[in-house]
Design a binder for this molecule. Structure first.
Ligand code: ADP
Length: 465
């Protein structure tokens, strides 16, 4: 991994360095050259004008200066000077070999030399500094004459090449730095990534305590923190799964053991009396019903957790709905001589809910209320409405729930009073399912309970807007 990240960083660094150095070199060379050319051109134009002033009187008089006098003026001007006529004949001075090459292709330019002046251009040379040429026309002379002044731009090639050399050195130094920096950066990047990936690998291999130490204050550190948070929740889920499995096995085992023991007793003839057998078979039936309830609850719960339980909400008039539901519960109230009282406000807006699932929620809460109520007490179903929701409370006069237990009663298999709740026939899944069903119908559920003063379970349903 370090190699691929290193090579990517290195390539990008070197690419940037090369690009910027080459651009800089080209730009600087251009600047140096054009600056040197401009200075030289100004210098030659200045000197050229002096030469023109010096030669004009003689030229107007038809006298062509001698080579010797031109040489002397050339020395003073710091460049070659030569004169030509319209035919291109050199009248005086010694021009460089290739001076006329420029005009072979463009005759017009040659003609222009005689009309307006001054003209200037760069004359390329082989391996030496380029020269700059300026020309001045003397059209008033008996035959029109052009004076050429040619001087090398001394040192420009040297300056440019020393500039290029300096930039080449800096390119070399930058590349070395890039390799070093690239390696250090790559290492600082790959080290925490390797740490995270090792932690993830250990986790995947079943070590649920595996966490990464790469939790620094940058993007990779935040990836590490996210990994640790994810690992925490996965470990918790795993722990929950194990607990759940242990609970399910335990809950299933108890009735099965009892059924097995009772049937063996009967089969082995250890309960010879018919009334004894009758009692045992009744218990077997009870335990089978408990198993059936437990399995249905487990199925519901697993569907709810997988979001697979179908919730079909519709507009519901709670008053009408409650009347039929309460009748269904009547038979359950009788054994304990309980009274069911309903308190419904006059104006009750319709709610958005699934009648079947709502029935399940109410049955669960009422079954608990009935289960924990003392004989001949009253259970109240109290409805109240606000603008956005209707609250339904199931109030009993039972033993209440201790504050220590309240936070856990919604957990799967949690029973406040373990031995008693089981004999009451509860599966310990009722409230867990109820809470999930209420949430699935966009409501909330809560409990208000005091030991010795009964419990009030309240859930809400959204009102149709
Ligand atoms: P169970 O099937 O055991 O009733 P639930 O999930 O319905 O399981 O309830 C969890 C626990 O909450 C019960 O075991 C009981 O201790 C407590 N509980 C629930 N409803 C009541 C109530 N109305 N009064 C007192 N305790 C209650």
């Amino acid at each position: 991994m370090i190699r691929s990240i290193f090579s990517k960083i290195l390539l990008s660094h070197i690419g940037i360095i090369l690009l910027s150095t080459i651009t800089l070199t080209l730009f600087m060379s251009y600047l140096v050259r054009s600056n040197a050319v401009d200075t030289k051109r100004q210098d030659l134009l200045f000197k050229g004008r002096a030469v023109v002033e010096l030669l004009t009187p003689n030229l107007l008089a038809g006298n062509i200066p001698t080579n010797e006098s031109l040489d002397r003026i050339s020395e003073l001007a710091g460049g070659r000077i030569w004169l030509i006529n319209e035919k291109g004949t050199v009248l005086a001075g010694q021009p460089p070999n290739n001076w006329s090459r420029r005009f072979q292709e463009d005759r017009q330019e040659y003609i222009d030399l005689f009309t307006d002046s001054p003209h200037s251009w760069i004359r390329p040379t082989y391996r030496r500094d380029p020269s700059i040429v300026v020309t001045f026309a003397i059209p008033e002379a008996p035959t029109p004459i052009v004076i050429f002044l040619d001087a090398p731009i001394v040192g420009v090639n040297k300056t440019v090449s020393s500039l290029e050399r300096t930039l080449l050195y800096s390119l070399f130094a930058s590349v070395v730095t890039a390799i070093l920096a690239g390696f250090l950066i790559a290492r600082s990047l790959t080290k925490p990534i390797a740490n995270i990936s090792q932690a993830a690998k250990n986790f995947a291999d079943g070590d649920y305590n595996s966490r990464t130490t790469a939790t620094g204050n940058n993007e990779i550190g935040s990836l590490g923190q996210t990994f640790n948070t994810m690992a925490d929740s996965l470990a918790e889920i795993e722990q929950n799964r194990r607990n759940f499995l242990a609970n399910v096995s335990h809950e299933l085992k108890t009735p099965v053991t009892s059924i097995q023991a009772l049937s063996e007793t009967i089969l082995d003839g250890l309960a010879p009396k018919p009334e004894q057998q009758q009692r045992y078979i009744a218990t077997i039936l009870q335990e089978s019903q408990r198993l059936d309830r437990l399995i249905s609850d487990l199925l519901d719960l697993s569907q709810l957790e997988a979001d697979e339980l179908s919730i079909l909400c519709e507009e519901l008039d709670l008053q009408v709905w409650l009347a039929t539901e309460a009748t269904k519960m009547e038979t359950l109230l009788n054994p304990k001589h309980l009274t069911l009282q309903t308190v419904i406000p006059e104006q009750l807006p319709p709610v958005w809910s699934d009648p079947i699932r709502l029935g399940q929620v109410l049955t669960n809460l009422l079954t608990n209320a009935i289960r924990y109520s003392p004989e001949e007490s009253t259970i109240t179903i109290h409805l109240s409405a606000t603008k956005h929701q209707v609250a339904i409370s199931v109030i009993d006069q039972g033993p209440g729930i201790s504050p220590d237990d309240v936070p856990y009663i919604w957990d799967r298999f949690y029973r406040a009073d373990k031995s008693r709740a089981r004999t009451y026939g509860g599966t310990g899944l009722g409230l867990a399912i109820t809470k999930k069903l209420v949430h699935a119908m966009q409501g909330e559920i809560s409990v208000d309970s005091q030991v010795g003063k009964g419990s009030t379970f309240t859930f809400t349903l959204p009102v149709i807007k």
